[in-house]
Design a protein around this ligand. Structure first.
Ligand code: NAG
Ligand code: NAG
Ligand code: NAG
Ligand code: NAG
Ligand code: NAG
Length: 350
């Protein structure tokens, strides 16, 4: 008995240590070189720096993804250039991607094929991306992914480049992050559930969008989106739901927009919609707008309009010449509470 327990005890300690330390996969150990080193190579190598990094990233990702204990993919300090890459799961254990360096997108965004994001994560669950400076990210068919302290900085004139695009994904958290881009800061495609967007600073850009939805038949609903404690600075929109005019059926429900601060936003809240939209909660949205229609709820006559919309504590001011500010409603009867600046839609508008 005594000798048996003395064997069991050290075995337990050993296992504990293995689990507690994530194995680190550093891309430079897989052959990636930062630009500074690449440029020291003879000229003929210089042009292939993207190829080096692409292969190194793929190799490091495969190694991390097949690890059976939690692992960390590390991009150390330095600047690394990269075209398009996809990190594909499923993986065997949780992964953290940590980017101490800078991943630089192509100088000419036209080299990224239309409809493709710069970096894509697909079929991955239990992924954390932390302290990263990136360009554009696509999250497809993923589950339990956290972006923490994530910084996206793309030129505001870059066309059709969403900061983070989410599709067919569940339990995604984006927090404490700054997103500056030419299109949507965050765009939420069909089939997304349980999204938490907290403490995100968005702008310049087009704001946070659900959609475009209703483009294709058989789209899955978007259910459960929390946008909380976010600020929008000089964005075209704050939060909006986008649908195609002659849209297919679809559903958007259980959206919460809470504690949002707008600084010179063109359209702080808009939802023009032909897709079934219900259970929308808007609470404590303050700040300034550059157009007078500060809350714009345009629902279609289809599906009884938008149902169960609750709005409370709005203080949005417009200082331009087209004033005064107003709220606009169509086929929706919101339930209002708290302070309401500008005043709620009158029943005549509904
Ligand atoms: C989410 O992923 C983390 C690791 O990133 C893991 O610890 C946690 O258990 C996962 N949660 C669920 C609900 O799968
Ligand atoms: C939002 O901010 C409030 C006040 O600072 C804080 O109490 C709350 O926990 C935050 N919520 C989220 C989801 O970050
Ligand atoms: C808003 O963005 C402008 C530039 O686009 C910047 O000068 C200003 O400091 C930002 N304001 C806040 C509150 O972040
Ligand atoms: C309303 O939101 C602002 C941020 O925009 C926050 O500072 C404030 O604490 C919130 N108020 C309440 C009552 O939660
Ligand atoms: C509304 O916000 C403005 C500043 O944007 C502030 O001066 C005013 O006191 C606020 N009104 C209320 C009722 O909170």
């Amino acid at each position: 008995m005594g000798s048996k327990s003395s064997i069991v005890f050290p075995t337990f300690i050993f296992i504990f240590i293995v689990i507690a330390q994530a194995e680190v996969f550093d891309i430079t150990k897989f052959g990636a070189k930062p630009d500074a080193e690449i440029s020291k190579l003879p000229l003929n190598y210089h042009g292939s720096s993207m190829g080096f990094l692409f292969q190194a990233l793929c190799d490091a990702w495969s190694a991390a993804c097949s690890a059976t204990t939690p692992s960390k993919l590390l991009i150390p300090s330095g600047t690394f250039c990269l075209n398009v890459v996809e990190f594909k799961g499923p993986c065997k254990a949780p992964i953290t991607v940590k980017i101490d360096g800078t991943l630089k997108g192509p100088e000419d965004p036209a080299v990224i094929p239309k409809g493709v994001q710069w970096i894509t994560f697909s079929y991955v669950s239990a992924l954390t991306i932390t302290d990263s400076k990136m360009f554009h990210v696509n999250v497809m068919s993923c589950k339990n992914v956290t972006f923490d302290n994530f910084h996206i900085c793309a030129p505001s004139e870059s066309p059709n480049t969403d900061g983070i695009h989410l599709g067919w994904s569940k339990q995604i958290t984006i927090k404490n992050s700054v997103i500056q881009t030419g299109d949507d800061c965050i765009s939420i495609g069909d089939g997304c559930e349980e999204l938490h967007i907290e403490g995100v600073k968005c702008g310049p850009g087009h704001g946070i969008s659900v959609g475009s939805l209703g483009k294709n038949s058989g789209e899955k609903p978007v259910i459960g989106v929390y946008v909380v404690n976010c600020t929008f600075n000089q964005t075209m929109n704050g939060v909006r739901i986008k649908t195609w005019p002659d849209s297919h059926q679809g559903e958007v429900a259980d959206l919460h927009f809470e504690n949002l601060c707008m600084n010179q936003v063109e359209n702080p809240i808009i939802k023009p919609s032909l897709v079934k939209v219900h259970d929308i909660f808007i609470k404590n949205v303050t700040g300034t707008a550059t157009l007078p229609a500060v809350v714009n709820l345009k629902c279609s006559t289809a599906n009884n309009g938008c149902e169960n919309v609750k709005i409370s504590d709005i203080n949005l001011t417009y200082e331009g010449k087209e004033g005064p500010a107003f709220q606009e409603c169509c086929n929706v009867k919101p339930v209002y509470s708290g302070k309401m600046i500008p005043p709620a839609c009158s029943t005549a508008d509904e």
